[in-house]
Structure formats: structure tokens, C-alpha cells
Design a protein around this ligand. Structure first.
Ligand code: DAT
Ligand code: MG
Length: 134
């Protein structure tokens, strides 16, 4: 039993499409606990930090425009093995590989606008929780 924390972020289209409640409900039904949450509007600087591994990619300008297009809903989510568990619940990055039943599989049809972020490892979770919650 490893109790972990992860950083989950509902991206701007999730907020615009009024899907916060529905997605939060799926996370809670899985048995995870939301221990911090807030709406925030991100600037280009914090997006460049958060997606530093993608700055050189051809799709980065689209990703930056998308992530700064409206408020996001950031959360700290806690539970046993929650980092991997949330990645499984979210579905893969490539939205065409995200099966129905996953959050991306059910709500997204575009790989850039893929509705939800979740930390991919313990180190990233620690850094991202600090970045967005201080
Ligand atoms: P994830 O969000 O699954 O951790 P990532 O960290 O590799 O994936 O990428 C961050 C975001 O960048 C991803 O959620 C959507 C966008 N992205 C990644 N790869 C992409 C691609 N090949 N085409 C378009 N957007 C992409
Ligand atoms: Mg990632």
C-alpha cells in the first residue's frame, strides 16, 4: 500500500464544456480523494515550465494557445497508487488510442485538446503540486 499524491488538471475545454463535476465524480467514484482544488488561468511562462519537455515540438504553439485559452481546474488527488491509477483512468496521450471508458476516450477527439493532465511519475507529481499549489 503506497499512499500517493498526484497533480490532476482539467484543461480549458473541460471547464468550458461544464465537465468539471462529471470528471471529478469519476475520480471520486474510483475511490481517490481530492484534497486541494482551484480554478486558475495560466500564463505562457508557467505553461513553458510545465511542458518544458515539449518546447521544441511542432505542436507546441497550439498547445500553448490551448492551455492559455481559459481557466483550468487544478487538483491534488490522493490515494493508493494514484499516479499510475489516474493515468489509467485518463487513457493514453494519443486520443485515437484512448479507449471508451477512459476520460480521454470518452470526452476528447483531439490529441492536443485532450481534456485532462495527470502527473506521470512521483518526481513530476511533487514538482507539479509545488508549481500549482505552492
Ligand atoms: P500526457 O499529457 O499524456 O502526459 P505529454 O506530457 O507527452 O502527454 O504531452 C503533454 C500534452 O501535449 C498532451 O496532453 C497533449 C499534447 N501533445 C503531446 N503529444 C502530442 C502530439 N503528438 N500531437 C499533439 N499534441 C500533443
Ligand atoms: Mg505529461
Amino acid at each position: 500500500m503506497v499512499n500517493e499524491k498526484t497533480y490532476i488538471m482539467l484543461k480549458p475545454d473541460a471547464v468550458k464544456r461544464r465537465l468539471i463535476g462529471e470528471i471529478v465524480s469519476r475520480i471520486e467514484k474510483k475511490g481517490y480523494q481530492i484534497t486541494q482544488a482551484k480554478l486558475m488561468t495560466l500564463d505562457k511562462k508557467v505553461i513553458a515550465e510545465h511542458y518544458a519537455h515539449l518546447l521544441h515540438k511542432p505542436f507546441y504553439p497550439n498547445l500553448e494557445a490551448y492551455m492559455t485559452s481559459g481557466p483550468v481546474f487544478g487538483m491534488v488527488v490522493e490515494g493508493e497508487n494514484v499516479i499510475a491509477g489516474m493515468r489509467q483512468l485518463m487513457g493514453p496521450t494519443n486520443v485515437y488510442e484512448a479507449l471508451p471508458g477512459t476520460i480521454r476516450g470518452d470526452y476528447a477527439n483531439n490529441t492536443t485538446e485532450n481534456i485532462i493532465h495527470g502527473s506521470d511519475c512521483k518526481e513530476a507529481a511533487t514538482i507539479e503540486i509545488k508549481r500549482f499549489f505552492g
